[in-house]
Design a protein around this ligand. Structure first.
Ligand code: SAH
Length: 253
């Protein structure tokens, strides 16, 4: 069997330590190792260890971070799982398709799969970090799975996808999308500039930044492309001739 891809399971604000342990176990059964906990309510915890059964090593090695941004900073691809349909149109995949895409993307760098808190799920702002929304097909009359059950299904599908790589090309080898941290830095810069020039009214932002976020996540710019975009923003902030000297042209090579 091919080695398991670098796909991390990210639990956002998990409430029940028992569920965290059960997730660690679900991951280890399927050969996944990297668990990330975003602001867990309680940990370390005996109940989590007990439910992890033989997967205490995954739990002990879990990375703990304060927010989703930190959890996905170095990821090249992020998927958000949700039991609910969301109002904003986000690219949607079922668990099987998502697992196959995640495995293909993991060839270019780390991939993260976000899972929401038991009671509330993920917020829209947290979903904004993702490239795709993942729904596990279920009975629409009772769509919400237990957190660890949802993790189990995704991890199982990832294992199946590794065993049977999807036909068709993976990501183009020459395209290396920039990590999320760099893309988010650009998006913050963009928001600053379009606010300063009056295009974005902070009192009536509507969904402008969310739509722009979606556009740039879909485009998946690489480092060089982000540098060009940031160069344009800097030029708007400090227009010629204020900078002095001839402006260097973009590196279009
Ligand atoms: N009450 C919450 C559901 C939380 S269930 C809500 O309405 O959003 C906890 C987490 O398990 C969810 O945030 C999601 O990450 C995952 N999950 C549960 N059911 C799912 C489903 N049918 N498809 C995809 N993910 C699901």
């Amino acid at each position: 069997m091919e080695s398991m891809p670098d796909i991390r399971i990210i639990l956002v604000r998990p409430q029940h330590p028992g569920n965290i342990g059960a997730c660690a176990r679900a991951m280890k059964n399927m050969g996944l190792k990297h668990l990330v906990l975003v602001a867990p309510q309680r940990l370390p915890d005996d109940e989590a260890m007990a439910r992890a059964a033989g997967a205490g090593d995954i739990l002990s090695a879990a990375t703990i971070v304060a927010d989703v941004g930190a959890a996905v900073a170095d990821c090249v691809f992020v998927a958000a799982t949700s039991a609910r349909a969301r109002t904003i149109a986000w690219p949607r995949l079922d668990a099987r398709a998502a697992a196959s895409v995640a495995c293909a993307q993991a060839r270019s760098g780390p991939v993260g799969i976000l899972f929401g808190a038991e009671r509330t799920g993920l917020t829209n702002e947290e979903v904004d970090y993702a490239h795709v929304l993942v729904q596990i097909p279920v009975d629409p009359g009772f769509a919400s799975l237990n957190l660890a059950a949802a993790v189990q299904i995704l991890c199982y599908e990832i294992r199946c996808a590794v065993q049977e790589p999807a036909p068709g090309p993976g990501p183009e080898p020459e395209h290396r999308p920039a990590p999320q941290e760099a893309l988010n830095g650009f998006l913050q810069h963009l928001e600053r500039v379009i606010t300063a020039i009056g295009f974005l009214n902070p009192h009536h932002p509507r969904k402008l930044m969310r739509r722009l976020t979606r556009l740039f996540r879909r485009a998946r710019p690489d480092d060089n492309e982000l540098q060009i975009l940031r160069g344009i923003l800097s030029a708007i902030e400090h227009p010629y001739p204020a900078r002095g000297g001839p402006r260097p042209g973009p590196d279009n090579t």
